[in-house]
Design a binder for this molecule. Structure first.
Ligand SMILES: [Zn+2]
Length: 273
């Protein structure tokens, strides 16, 4: 029998020093990380009906679920699902989001008191940005890094994004909070995934717009909207461009003028000199 403070011993729900020890016990060399993540790469291609090639063009939330299972097995010795189970938060949520246009992924933890009990109800969710994923390895040709490591196709990019989010999940499970700019996160990310950094330079809609359509923020553009040709200035680029068109019917802006805002798909914009 092992002692109660043995890090391999599961504990009750919620963050705890035991959980922190069980997560900090995970340590892989850079070679081992490569080997294990390559195994996951091959497994995803072999098993997913969506991911046919490294630069896949379809993905479903179910693929994120498979990815989670593979990572929990290869890198976390099943500890993530064990802790989720202790928190009665299994299955956890996985979502593909077109709305994340700067962050490549997002991990959330929600806690709610259970009425009439002293315990908490936990919920975890990981979202991955399809906008960044599908915007990368398309029109823009350059080296792309995620987590400080160069990635060569969409699946590798997805893996690095997912690894980052799994570290957030691990921190939530062990510490109850998470911050990828803090020392604790950096240390976990080096031990488990050999990540060099916590940022990405995936192709954002803004960069995509420049390369594919020659359009940047501040450009004067024209477009047709409900049969009327409008002229305005690009104010922001997310999935679409937001274009400000001067009009007495518009909202007042800080420059003292009034503007209507239009959300226009980039291919519909024509740049004006
Ligand atoms: Zn982060």
């Amino acid at each position: 029998m092992e002692g109660a403070d043995d890090p391999s011993e599961p504990t009750g729900p919620g963050p705890s020093p035991q959980r922190q020890a069980r997560l900090f016990a995970l340590l892989y060399s850079a070679e081992e990380v490569q080997l294990r993540s390559r195994r996951i790469y091959e497994e995803m291609l072999a098993r997913s009906p969506n991911l046919q090639t490294g630069n896949f063009t379809r993905i479903g939330a179910h693929d994120l679920e498979s990815l989670f299972a593979a990572y929990d097995r290869e890198f976390f010795r099943g500890r993530l699902s064990e802790m989720l189970l202790e928190d009665r938060a299994l299955p956890m949520g996985f979502r593909l989001s077109g709305r994340l246009v700067r962050a490549a992924g997002m991990t959330t933890r929600t806690t709610r008191p259970i009425p009439g009990k002293s315990e908490l109800e936990y919920e975890y969710e990981i979202s991955v940005s399809t906008t960044l994923l599908f915007g990368t390895f398309r029109d823009v040709e350059r080296a792309v890094t995620v987590g400080g490591l160069e990635v060569h196709d969409r699946l590798e990019a997805l893996q690095r994004i997912f690894e980052h989010e799994l570290l957030h999940l691990a921190e939530f499970l062990g510490w109850g909070k998470s911050n990828c700019r803090a020392a604790n996160f950096r240390s976990l990310s080096r031990r488990i995934f050999a990540h060099e950094a916590a940022y990405h330079d995936l192709v954002t809609p803004r960069e995509q717009a420049v390369v594919a359509h020659g359009i940047t923020v501040g450009d004067r553009v024209t477009f047709e909207h409900e049969g009327i040709r409008r002229v305005g200035r690009v104010n922001r680029i997310t999935r679409r461009a937001s274009v400000l068109v001067e009009s007495p019917d518009g909202r007042p802006f800080s420059d003292g003028k009034r503007y209507l805002t239009f959300y226009v798909p980039l291919p519909m914009l024509q740049k004006l000199p």
